[in-house]
Design a binder for this molecule. Structure first.
Ligand code: URA
Ligand code: SF4
Length: 226
């Protein structure tokens, strides 16, 4: 084969990824345009592993944005964020904190499900720094359009992607932090950490702490609306 043909072949190989979601950004940035473009993203290798891109969901002018890590098994199949077991924990916590999920924009740092086979199941695998960096342009574009008043990072992956690698959720959970992403930014645990609690008592205590963190949100919204 001519050497150029080999190069071309490599370039168009179906498993190729470009290294960044930025290569797939649409010129017109609207949420529907972003969602459509993200569906064709090959910014990292994860597009080959998931069923579909799971883009963020919620009102264009939501005042609260919640950011998780990546879609799980159920989200991968449904094409929507936080619809599985962790999503149900989140729904209950939001309700207990007096926040309507329908008013919130919910998304993830990484838009494809990364998984490893375990028997017949697909189990969660942590996204690496390359995948996180490759996918970040989507989240930045979402933040840029929605411009939430309150941004909540759910768990260490979101907190470190948006607030820096040194950020420790265990030390600063529930605190308002200065950041360029929104007037008010906070990190708390990921709802799946509550599901992993060793027993009912621990799960209950973890849920109460999570709800207590989320309860900081409504007063901020009320103060800024006044
Ligand atoms: N966990 C996440 O971080 N995001 C989802 O959408 C579901 C589970
Ligand atoms: Fe693109 Fe993100 Fe999916 Fe990677 S995980 S292919 S960067 S949408």
């Amino acid at each position: 084969m001519h050497p150029c043909a080999a190069l071309v072949e490599r370039h168009v190989s179906p498993a190729a990824s470009t290294g960044s979601a930025a290569d797939f950004m649409p010129e017109r940035r609207t949420l529907p345009a972003l969602r459509e473009a993200a569906a064709r993203c090959r910014g990292c290798q994860l597009w080959t592993r998931g069923t579909q891109t799971v883009f963020g969901e919620g009102p264009r002018h939501a005042r609260v944005m919640l950011v998780g890590e990546q879609p799980g098994n159920d989200e991968d199949l449904a094409g929507k964020p936080f619809v599985g077991p962790a999503g149900r924990v989140l729904d209950r916590a939001l309700e207990a904190a007096g926040i309507a999920r329908g008013d919130v924009y919910v998304t993830n740092v990484v838009k494809h499900f990364k998984w490893e086979p375990k028997g017949k199941r697909r189990i969660h695998a942590k996204p690496n720094q390359m995948e996180i960096a490759a996918c970040l342009p989507w989240l930045e574009a979402e933040l840029d359009l929605v411009k939430p008043t309150v941004l909540v990072c759910l768990g260490a992956t979101a907190a470190q992607a948006l607030l820096g690698g040194k950020f420790r959720v265990t030390k600063q959970r529930g605190e308002w932090i200065a950041s360029r992403w929104a007037p008010r930014v906070m990190a708390t645990v990921h709802p799946s950490a509550i599901l992993r609690a060793p027993d009912d008592a621990a799960r209950h205590a973890e849920m109460e702490r999570f709800v207590a963190d989320l309860k900081h949100i409504p007063p901020v919204l009320a103060a800024r609306a006044a």
